[in-house]
Design a protein around this ligand. Structure first.
Ligand code: GLN
Length: 289
């Protein structure tokens, strides 16, 4: 990339071209967002101040970012953040990047969430589900569990970022294999989970941003994709308070299977909820105790 005497808009055009040539789907958007990231600018700059000069340092940073994006590093791994439920979460290679689809899960839980409830987020990753629920409710508290200590380090940083200084009074993070380290005494009104649910064989067919850069641990639902639903459904009841509810995010083709697993385990009023694209996205049901 030529670093001499470029304007902001010219630099943006170079970025677009490089990403387009590399076959990046959202080339223009990504080129703009990376430029804003490198220059500390916002969308308005391209619209209103395209003739602005760029410094050599900005050019250098941008070239490095475009190069990483060309090699399919997810945009969010370059910027280190992703917006979810109107909040900005820190992300890195150790956590699944929060998806817009998952906002449907949060919104569904919110329909039933009351002040002061206790929430368990199983496979919390970045913490985006639990922390959004705590941020948008009153006096609720929660536990986020994950097998990955690296993920929990990000979740803890997000807790401070989203909930502020008193975060640790409202939320705790526990490392373990599903419920392994959750105390048997601890009962929750809501258990929510976006577990790994991609069939092992399918992972390598996903976009390289996902298959090569997102944590396999957060994606791999074993042979039929349902491994974690079975285990969570079997154990969750012991950790639900009377009248408690279990909520899952699911893959678009898993609605019937997960509904059946929950019904067979005795959960009541099991429902499958669709996302805005019309695909099955959430399954929820009540504890029968
Ligand atoms: N929805 C994610 C994807 O499509 C997968 C999330 C998960 O396995 N929990 O990549």
């Amino acid at each position: 990339m030529n670093k001499n005497d470029l304007t902001y808009e010219e630099l943006y055009r170079q970025g677009c071209e490089e990403l387009e040539t590399a076959g990046i789907g959202e080339a223009k958007t990504d080129a703009r967002l990376l430029l804003e990231w490198c220059c500390g600018t916002d969308r308005n700059t391209l619209l209103a101040h395209g003739e602005r000069a760029v410094t050599e340092a900005e050019c250098g940073r941008y070239a490095a970012c475009i190069d990483r994006r060309r090699r399919r590093v997810p945009l969010q791994h370059i910027t280190g953040e992703q917006e979810f439920m109107g909040l900005t979460f820190e992300v890195n290679k150790d956590v699944l990047i929060p998806r817009q689809d998952t906002e449907v899960l949060v919104e569904e839980v919110m329909r039933y969430l009351h002040d002061g409830m206790r929430i368990l987020d199983m496979c919390t990753g970045s913490g985006c589900i639990l922390l959004s629920l705590l941020r948008y409710s009153n006096d609720c508290t929660g536990v986020g569990a994950d097998l990955s200590g690296e993920a929990l380090a990000i979740a803890a940083r997000n807790a401070e970022r989203i909930l502020g200084a008193g975060a640790m009074e409202k939320v705790a993070f526990v490392q373990g294999d599903l419920f392994e380290k959750i105390s048997g005494q601890d009962r929750f009104d809501m258990i929510v989970s976006n577990p790994p649910y991609i069939k092992t064989d399918v992972i390598d067919t996903l976009m390289p941003e996902v298959s090569r850069h997102e944590p396999r641990l957060a994606l791999d639902g074993h042979e039929d994709g349902l491994f974690f639903y079975r285990r969570i459904i079997a154990q969750a009841e012991k950790f639900l308070a009377g009248g408690g509810m279990l909520f899952f995010e699911i893959g678009y083709d898993q609605g019937a299977a997960v509904r059946l697993l929950m019904e067979e385990a005795g959960y009541t009023d099991v429902e499958v909820v669709r996302d805005y694209a019309g695909f099955d996205r959430v399954v929820c049901g009540g504890s029968h105790v």
